[in-house]
Design a protein around this ligand. Structure first.
Ligand code: F6P
Length: 525
């Protein structure tokens, strides 16, 4: 027991603190608080004095020569420092249990949050090495099911070596600045996991998490098998679908013979059963690790669609003004009236929930939709701070340098008193979590907001994100697939202004993005 705890502060000690506070250069405009001696505590006068001292340093930051980042109406805000985050996430699971699905999904989420993430897929390494060998020797290595048999001593050695090499590449990549390296392999035996753990422990500050995907739902396994044999997987490119399926099922059998689910009590791991139905979390500590766990806990594989629409054209849109909370224009109201038919034609009787922001243009757009509605503050448009209510022309005239700075690095540019695109991504994270948990959702949102959400689903880089085209009076339908999303766009024939400002000097980007397959060394599946 600390004998110091709970005793009163003596007048002598208070004097010492007071003298120290007296040495702090307080702003002459802020009145000094003279207080009777008192205890430290919430709201106590002592705390108020410390507040005054920090107020002095806050005021101090607005000195005559402000830092570059606060000159003018805004500035570039640097990315948070993630250099300490070093995680080896090793997948565990039989083939066709969705390991690559989970790896890719997690990578997309963490990259959206600006972590540097890379998947090291041992199957891809095996194929590329085999291609090299075939080029050198003219002999093609046999990678049919027998190659994966434990009884095949030579191949088992080769496969172990591939897993080790892939881990070394991953560790090297983390050393060079990466944050999360995903080891996408079966890692299905205790001895393999012990090796990984031992090797990673040699690296200072590196952490290992195992992510086991267990799946006993025959429908999910069958879907994964079908995907494998029909997705252009290079292992099966010279076989008929039937042959490929039979071979892949034999391969799974080989692994089942030696598979050991994670029971090692000391390991840090997550076990996901039938993606979405049950998750076990064991010894997960730390901020990023917990975030990864939370994300994975929210995933599910149920078929569903996510619809995005901007609000109908607003009065501010017509006037070319940004931000604000204006009502819909006449054409915007027409869009709001036409929207229910478009959505119900598309979705039929399936349940749907509509999410809007707290701004009236989105609420008005949703008003005729016959579905449950939810309002999110996090969906409010990017806050343009001191520029709210101005037109781009007015901003350019009043603050030409700032206007140019925003175009130079739009993702990182924060309006004075407002937000950057990064700020918006951060505030949208709970929305993404909830979107992952939900089924059919229609979001009636805003240009910048929908760009951020769209970039998450299509895995688009931060630099391109602020220029994504999300036109007015258009519904974008995203249907999540194994490795990305299918996209359809429906534009209603109701005129609206174009609020998209392309990056000066850039070539126009295609308005529609699609075809996101899993990458097999450059060949899209
Ligand atoms: O112009 C419509 C609008 O939603 C504004 O309210 C918002 O400031 C702007 O789009 C965001 O787009 P950008 O980042 O391209 O300026």
């Amino acid at each position: 027991m600390d004998p110091e705890r709970g005793r009163r502060v003596t007048p002598g000690e208070l004097k010492l603190v007071d003298t120290a506070l007296g040495n702090v250069q307080l702003d002459p405009h802020i009145p000094r608080v003279h207080t009777p001696p008192a205890m430290f505590g919430a709201g106590g006068p002592m705390l108020k004095q410390f507040d005054q001292s920090s107020a002095a340093s806050r005021v101090g930051s607005q000195a005559a020569t402000p830092p570059r980042s606060v000159v003018g109406i805004g500035g570039k805000v640097a990315k948070p420092d993630y250099s300490e985050a070093k995680i080896v996430l090793a997948m565990v699971g039989l083939p066709a249990r969705g390991k690559s699905y989970l790896s890719n999904k997690l990578m997309r989420y963490l990259k959206w949050l600006e972590y540097d993430v890379k998947v090291f897929n041992v199957g891809q390494l095996r194929r590329s090495r085999a291609r090299q060998k075939a080029q050198q020797s003219g002999k093609k290595e046999d990678h049919t099911a027998s190659y994966f048999s434990h009884a095949n001593v030579e191949a088992t050695k080769l496969r172990d070596q591939l897993a080790t090499d892939s881990l070394e590449m991953l560790i090297q990549w983390l050393r060079e600045g990466g944050n999360v390296g995903i080891h996408d392999a079966t890692n299905s035996t205790r001895s393999r996991r012990a090796k990984i753990e031992e090797r990673v422990a040699q690296e200072k500050g590196f952490v290992t998490i195992f992510l086991e995907s267990v799946c006993d739902d025959p429908a999910v396994i069958a879907a994964n098998v079908a995907l494998k044999v029909s997705s252009g997987d290079p292992d099966y490119k010279d076989m008929s679908r039937e042959e490929a399926k039979a071979d892949f099922l034999r391969r799974i059998k080989q692994y089942e013979g030696v598979y050991e689910t994670i029971t090692e009590p000391h390991l840090s791991y997550l076990r996901i059963i039938n993606v979405g139905s049950q998750v076990t979390v064991c010894r997960i500590n730390g901020y990023l690790q917990s975030r990864i766990a939370f994300y994975l806990m929210n995933l599910h594989l149920k078929p569903r669609s996510i619809f995005f629409s901007r609000h109908g054209e607003s009065q501010y849109n017509v006037e070319g003004k940004i931000g604000g909370d204006s009502a819909l224009s006449e054409r915007g109201q027409k869009y709001a009236r036409a929207l229910p038919a478009l959505i119900t034609d598309n979705i039929g009787d399936a349940p749907l929930t509509v999410w809007t922001s707290t701004l009236q243009r989105t609420i008005q757009t949703a008003q005729h939709l016959p579905y449950n509605k939810l309002t999110w503050k996090s969906l409010d448009e990017l806050d343009a701070g001191v520029c709210d209510g101005m037109t781009y022309e007015e901003i350019e005239q009043a603050y030409p340098d700032d206007f140019a700075h925003r175009d130079e690095d739009k993702f990182n540019y924060r309006y004075r008193g407002g937000e950057s695109y990064r700020d918006v991504v951060v505030r949208l994270e709970p929305v993404i979590m909830e979107l992952e948990r939900q089924e059919n959702i229609l979001i009636i949102g805003h240009q910048a907001i929908l760009r951020c959400l769209y970039a998450y689903f299509h895995n688009l880089p931060q630099a391109d994100l602020p220029y994504i085209k999300i036109p007015l009076h258009t519904v974008i339908k995203l249907t999540p697939k194994a490795y990305g999303c299918d996209e359809e766009r429906y534009t209603l024939p109701i005129g609206a202004v174009d609020t998209h400002r392309p990056k000066p000097g850039s070539t126009p980007q295609p308005s529609q993005i699609g075809g996101f397959g899993r990458e097999y060394y450059g060949e899209k599946a």
